[in-house]
Design a protein around this ligand. Structure first.
Ligand SMILES: [Zn+2]
Length: 372
């Protein structure tokens, strides 16, 4: 089967473990494989290898899964370490393999039971219903199974930093199921790791499927701003970003991140007055918006370091482990002529971001000012 997998913890029954995982992760629960072994001579079951948890999805439709389990089951028999019977010491035989994959809409697992003798048969299992016959799936239920498979596959790939695999699955997801809310949760990760084309496909699909929802528009704007900031796109694209943010605000007038996006567009254009207006409006509605406080503080640093300091302090109280706010405080304190306090703030910042050279430069500047 898959080369990389986890096992169910010792002393936990696979089905109990499965129930807990489903409770916690729902459709994102990784698939599980349990094998049952028996001694044909003594007619007893023999404990086999621990149940496997598979952070990978090798199928789309229920029929694909059935086919895949049949193939993988046959090769697993060849590769498995065969357990021995405790009574007679003979090698046990594989009774069957159960493969569990969740169907979130039907609220049951589809279980493919494969045995060397009988091939593949399909059951359903859930913590409350146990095993039973799997009801026939409607076309729509099959579609929703595919969606769950894509969600699981993408989550697993993200969790294990299998970035290219995640890209492929998410592109397929955006194409086959445009506008599903589940894909939105991948956007911060995708854009944070520079996967702008995949992020863009998800955002565009969302904006088209749900034009009344601000999230797709907001993300289209954010991706454009990121691309301009990285100089992958030219500044002429800021107009597009602005239009996306405006669209998001038309859907939800208080959307804080869309307002922040407009402020960033204005900053990138050098229009600090407009940036300040957007940020004041954001903070009037959402006074504790950490990124909003930070961005406004950056603008205030030049002309009004006292206010910048107050804003950075407010942000530092909200995000005590984030070095950016402390570093900002150090800059403001230096500008205000308080080098000793600036030094103290920079030291605190350094504890959270030891590798940040900007903090070292601030420490040197503060030291020079203290001596001077
Ligand atoms: Zn035996």
């Amino acid at each position: 089967m898959a080369t990389e997998y986890f096992t169910v913890p010792e002393n936990t029954s696979p089905l109990d473990h499965r129930a807990m995982q489903l409770e916690q992760y729902g459709a994102r629960t990784y698939d599980m494989v349990v094998s049952a072994w028996e001694c044909t001579a003594c007619k007893v079951t023999v404990g086999g290898p621990p149940a496997m948890i598979l952070p990978v999805v090798n199928y789309r439709l229920p029929a694909d899964l059935e086919e895949w389990v049949a193939e993988a089951g046959a090769s697993a028999v060849e590769n498995a370490e065969i357990p021995c019977c405790e009574a007679c010491g003979e090698a046990a035989e594989l009774g069957h393999v159960d493969y569990f994959a969740h169907h979130s809409t039907m609220q049951v697992d589809m279980v493919v039971r494969w045995s060397p003798a009988g091939g593949a048969r399909i059951f359903r299992w859930s913590p409350s219903l146990g095993f039973g016959p799997m009801p026939a799936m409607s076309e729509d239920e099959e579609r929703l199974f595919v969606r769950d498979a894509l969600l699981r596959g993408a989550s697993a790939a993200r969790d294990h930093n299998a970035s290219e695999e995640a890209d492929e699955i998410l592109l397929e997801a955006a194409e086959r199921f445009p506008g599903e809310n589940e894909w939105l949760e991948f956007l911060p990760w995708l854009s944070g790791s520079g996967k702008f084309s995949v992020a863009g496909a998800i955002a565009a699909g969302h904006a088209e499927a749900h034009p009344e929802d601000p999230e797709g528009h907001f993300w289209l704007g954010q991706i454009a701003v990121d691309l301009v900031a990285l100089k992958i796109w030219g500044e002429e694209k800021l107009g597009e970003a602005e239009a996306h943010f405006e669209r998001a605000l038309a859907c939800q007038p208080q959307h804080p991140l869309a307002r922040l996006g407009l402020a960033n567009v204005a900053r990138m254009r050098g229009d600090l007055a407009a940036a300040r207006r957007h940020l004041e409006s954001l903070l009037a509605k959402t006074p504790n918006h950490a990124e909003g406080l930070y961005t406004l503080a950056l603008i205030e640093l030049d002309g009004n370091p006292g206010r910048a300091l107050a804003l950075f302090e407010q942000g530092a109280a909200l995000r005590p482990r984030d070095a950016d706010y402390l570093r900002g405080m150090a800059r403001a304190l230096l500008a205000l002529g308080h080098p000793a306090e600036a030094q103290a703030a920079a030291f605190r910042a350094k504890q959270h971001a030891p590798g940040d050279q900007r903090i070292d430069e601030l420490l040197l500047a503060a030291l020079a000012a203290v001596k001077g």
